[in-house]
Design a protein around this ligand. Structure first.
Ligand code: 13P
Length: 248
């Protein structure tokens, strides 16, 4: 089964609302490609203007975070139904920056995956190992554990709609990309794990991205690998290079 490529930008905590609208205008013609899902995952305050700015284009909007309750006394938080109503399609869950800086654990991440599906959002579930785990050779075990916990109680039909992003922490924002073979090895391992936890059809349907210093120069080689269905791009999603990655 051919899986549709998905190239998503993770803007992180960059771009004010007016800068976000300007970036959408700059990228508009560069990211045109009807064969690829193109997603901008943007800061919460940019969601409304970005949804407006990409209207009538091929770009879908994603969010970077939310809280698991639908509404109530949770000062400062935003809910999945709020994101859905604002026009959001994808939601990043379990990014290493949220795990490491904001202390999110796999119990919360699992609750977020289930809540996102319940609200009609498509999760981009992130996993990946530290440099220490890579060097110790225990990264496969670590990633298996992350995904197994994060998908507890999630159905096969939901997983068919899921995107998993393999993002080795040592490659994020460092300029050090995993080699295409290293990325393929882990993405295949993740697909095999989905076959083990669910079934072969689900494993063939789930889309798996690589993320970590992906750029206009290395995207084509990474995306040519059989188990890499797309990319989750940080730094290079904030400039014209993103168009080259979409069309790599
Ligand atoms: P960089 O592309 O800046 O390394 O960031 C990757 C990332 O964390 C995407 O979620």
């Amino acid at each position: 089964m051919a899986r549709r490529r998905i190239i998503a930008g993770n803007w992180k905590m960059n771009k004010t609302p007016s800068e976000a609208v300007a970036l959408c205008a700059e990228l508009k013609d560069l990211v045109k490609n009807d064969a690829v899902d193109v997603v901008y995952c943007v800061p919460a305050i940019d969601i409304v203007p970005v949804v407006e700015a990409v209207k009538g284009t091929n770009v879908l909007v994603g969010a970077e975070n939310f809280y698991i309750e639908d509404k109530g006394a949770f000062t400062g938080e935003i809910s999945a139904p709020m994101l859905k109503d604002a026009g959001v399609t994808y939601i990043i869950i379990g990014h290493s920056e949220r795990r490491d800086i904001f202390g999110e654990n796999d119990i919360l991440i699992n609750a977020k995956v289930k809540k996102a599906f319940a609200a009609g959002l498509k999760p981009i579930l992130c996993c990946g190992e530290s440099l220490a785990l890579r060097k110790a050779g225990t990264y496969a075990e670590w990633i298996r554990r992350q995904i197994t916990w994060d998908l507890d109680g999630v159905s096969a039909d939901q997983v068919k709609d899921l995107v998993i992003a393999y993002e080795p922490i040592w490659a994020i924002g460092t300029g050090e990309t995993a080699t295409a073979d290293q990325a393929q090895e882990v993405c295949k391992m993740i697909r095999d794990l989905i076959a083990e936890l669910y079934d072969q059809t689900t494993a063939e349907a789930v889309r798996i991205q690589y993320g970590g210093s992906m750029n206009a120069g290395n995207a084509a080689e990474l995306l040519a690998k059989p188990d890499i269905d797309g990319g989750l791009i940080g730094g290079a999603s904030l400039k014209a290079d993103f168009g080259q990655i979409v069309n790599a």
